[in-house]
Write a protein of this length. Sequence first.
Length: 201
Amino acid sequence: MRAWMSCRCGQVRGQVGPVEARLANRVTCYCDDCQAFAHYLGHADLLDARGGSDIIQIPPATLAFTQGLDKIGAVRLSAKGLYRWRACCCNTPIGNTVTPTIPFVGLLASTFRCEGQDPDALFGRPRGAIMGQFAIGGPPPGSKGIRPWLMASTIAKVLSWRLAGRAWPHPFFDRTTGSPAYPVTILSTEERAGLRAIVDR
Ligand SMILES: [Zn+2]
Ligand SMILES: [Zn+2]
């Protein structure tokens, strides 16, 4: 099965496939950086009522952008932070990554809804929640920190993707140089602190 994802305005569009349970890891993240990024983009409405981000991790090779490549860019909240890729046309997130050594792309479930698709039908419900200590109104049940079983199964999945050769081609990195294929903005310490102040309110 294949699926489509896109940014909110539809200029950046990509195809995901194959879509299979073993090729996806869906988790709700309440961390302060995910919340800070939504505020940075001016899209706090992407977060749920408790400040959570509904993230679906997939192997890099299963995502290929088909249009709007000139609109792609990344933001890092610090020099060593995640690459938080966004569509610059409408300032919406289109995938979180680290370096290609750890081969996953974390897509917001809403990128599939933009194409009229049901993330539950494609990937199943979230397997759990992490970093609930940053949730608005206190941690939802079982969401504090990163639970060992969820961590272990996530590592096992990502490792299996790497062994299965699903790290390349990567939608955001150049295979020859291993460098980002699109412009990257790194926030200053002050900018990040300003965003965290909004989240910590
Ligand atoms: Zn997060
Ligand atoms: Zn857009």
